[in-house]
Design a protein around this ligand. Structure first.
Ligand code: ZN
Ligand code: ZN
Length: 162
């Protein structure tokens, strides 16, 4: 068994006015988000943070979190890969004798907040036809193009054969 990686800051290294860059990744297994059926992590959670010691003994961690996910489009059912990111992750800690600052749980919560509960493969996804079930991203189906018009059904109708 591998010991799970944690995202920790060595507070002893922090000096006021000298931000520490913290880059790396956490195994996706740590996120425990396998219970979302429309979405599962397709790689580690990558972080790129800058940790600063503020006057008054406060530490500030700020930066980005990124997580690639394999998703199922809620409109058309297609599998697609997407990267979700928290561009303005921000956490503070009042230092009161701690040696390390464990940001693992904050990072986990931060990325979960930006994961969509309704993933869509693209803004332009046309979904599936409610009548025949055809994926409309692959082309129009034979059903009415305009459901509101009484003549809509005729627009899609064409004589068969030559
Ligand atoms: Zn779609
Ligand atoms: Zn149709």
């Amino acid at each position: 068994m591998e010991t799970p990686a944690r995202l920790t800051v060595d507070l002893g290294r922090l000096r006021e006015g000298r931000p520490e860059r913290l880059q790396g990744s956490l195994p996706a297994s740590l996120l425990e988000i396998d219970d979302l059926e429309q979405l599962r992590p397709a790689g580690p959670l990558a972080y790129d943070l800058e940790v600063t010691l503020l006057p008054g003994g406060e530490a500030l961690a700020r930066g980005t979190l990124r997580l690639p996910c394999q998703c199922v489009c809620r409109r058309c059912g297609r599998d697609f890969l997407a990267e979700f990111s928290e561009e303005d992750f921000c956490e503070t800690l009042q230092i009161e004798g701690q040696i390390t600052w464990d940001l693992t749980e904050s990072a986990r919560e931060g990325i979960i907040l930006v994961l969509p509960s309704y993933p869509i493969c693209g803004e332009g996804c046309k979904g599936v036809c409610p009548h025949c079930g055809k994926n409309l991203n692959e082309g129009p189906c034979g059903c009415a193009a305009d459901g509101d018009s009484p003549w809509g059904a005729l627009d899609g109708w064409a004589p068969q054969g030559e």
